[in-house]
Design a protein around this ligand. Sequence first.
Ligand SMILES: *Cc1c(COP(=O)(O)O)cnc(C)c1O
Length: 377
Amino acid sequence: METLKTYRKTWAEVDLGAIAYNFKQIKKKVGPQVKILAAVKANAYGHGLVAVSRHLEKSEIDFLGTSSVDEAVNLRKAGIKCPILNLSNLLIDEIEPIIKLKIIPVIAEIKIARALNKKACAYRKEIPIHVKIDTGMGRIGVWHREAGTFIKNLKSLSNLIIEGIYTHFPSAEEDRDFTFEQIKRFNLVVEEVKSFGIWPKYLHTANSAALIVHKEAHFNLVRPGLALYGVYPNSKFQAKLNLKPALSLKTRIAYIKRVSRGRSISYARTFFIKRASRIATLPIGYADGYSHLLSNKSKVLIRGKFYPVVGTVCMDQTMVDIGLKDNIKVGDEVILIGSQKGRTIKVEELARICHTIPYQVLCWISSRVPRVYKVIV
Ligand SMILES: *Cc1c(COP(=O)(O)O)cnc(C)c1O
């Protein structure tokens, strides 16, 4: 295990072996003909952009997907060589760096395509591009009815190679009918594009949910994010693909004291002691990404047993009721996300308590939480 020099008693443990395992499971699911792009945007969903990407590169990932040029630049600076698709609309001032660092841009505007082509000609380079089509997501992308003509116009730009065309699903984990409608719309665009003599190397549509439940969405490249990190977009999908959660959020008890009946705990006095007990203070709070929404609702694991969070979660501290009897000491390891002695607290469960999505829970984990990497082989 690689340890970081830190005095903080709160850390996120990332099991790179689990990510490689999930990658293999996804690979098995989609088959050898289908390539895989790992979504590593947003600091690899909180798991650490460079460490995760390096490990995936070693595991022979086909593409990495970022959401900003800065993320892609950080990967190149870290020595990552694998193809990077930057999944946001290319902007004028980004043309220079994406050419220099071989970052594949997304194109959804003719003006920017022309500007890119001009620079590509000046550098005497051929630039692969992926064209984004909107089949119902409503954000970046050419509306599917206009996409054929749009792509036909791109053909005249001498130094751009239409390497991919793709679309994105807003509701693949829930809405079967709409997802099928989107696949239909996408296929119509593909047919039209082929009738113009354009044969993009990659066609891609599937996020984690779609790759798990819609085989028709695989085409020849899939783009998992959440599933790679071992988290399910819908808990009903657990039987369809075996995944291992990669991230654990841990801390160590900072303080323990006895409290008598009637006292209140934490800000806003939302919790009152009903019978004498001990309260452990944990050095983790919402500034670390342990949401205030978990106040009085979540639980933690200490020595393999669940204990409730009591009172409101503070910026830097959280209190749990550990009772009077159990042998618990300052410095004991506490699991806020993860497993201990066969018991587990899942990202999905915290998301449910907060009435949010698991993605949010992972992205909440802030930069002041050191990431510690371990690889179980
Ligand atoms: C984030 C993202 C993905 C990955 O989505 P998951 O639901 O995490 O699998 C795929 N495609 C695009 C365009 C994305 O932005």
